[in-house]
Ligand binder design. Sequence first.
Ligand code: GTP
Length: 230
Amino acid sequence: MEDYKFLFKIVLVGNAGVGKTCLVRRFTQGLFPPGQGATIGVDFMIKTVEVEGEKIKLQIWDTAGQERFRSITQSYYRSAHALILVYDISCQPTFDCLPDWLREIQEYANSKVLKILVGNKTDRDDREIPTQIGEEFAKQHDMYFLETSAKEAENVERLFYEIAAELIGQARSKDGSAAAAAAAAAHRQSEGSGVGSSIGLASLSAKAAQSNCCGGGVSNGSSTSQGHAG
Ligand SMILES: Nc1nc2c(ncn2[C@@H]2O[C@H](COP(=O)(O)OP(=O)(O)OP(=O)(O)O)[C@@H](O)[C@H]2O)c(=O)[nH]1
């Protein structure tokens, strides 16, 4: 039986094509998938990391950005300990949609959920959103902020490790612990994993390719949810 102290659920949201799946695969599998197709419904991966001497299991839910899957993906917000809202720094419409995503989060997520704004694709030289604009948006909306490149593996490990460290801190300091530890205990009964090392969100600054900005798609009701132990 696998031994770990906490189980945290992390959910990635944001427009189609901003790189959510690539961020998850970079972190869990250490690769940048060539020709990554659009996510259908919701996918998840698991990675166990060690932070501050504790084994932490991260259950990472990768949601489809396409509007037609929205009703399915919303149902995953509620149980999230952390929500990563991703935009593409080279695609203004993905940034312009952030207020819509925040409304979704406010409506469907736990009010205490840890929120992190991520500007992905920093490797691209056709940037449209300056770092400072992203930082200010995050600050205004009480989110942590980080820019990443799934392609170049820039800040991807840092993103997830710092979220884990922050969640541990919250869990140790107050009631959050009950939920995370209980979830871990319950999960341990049933059953994958990878490994890592430790760092601590304080250092994150203040608190699509095929993008279909803010909606547009038509629901066809079809979806899948697949799991991978990374
Ligand atoms: N240059 C660059 N391209 C990236 C990066 N991350 C993702 N991409 C590309 O962006 C496209 C979309 O990536 P995905 O990871 O599928 O995007 P997604 O947000 O999961 O999209 P949905 O599943 O439709 O919601 C792919 O062509 C990736 O190769 C990055 O860091 N840099």
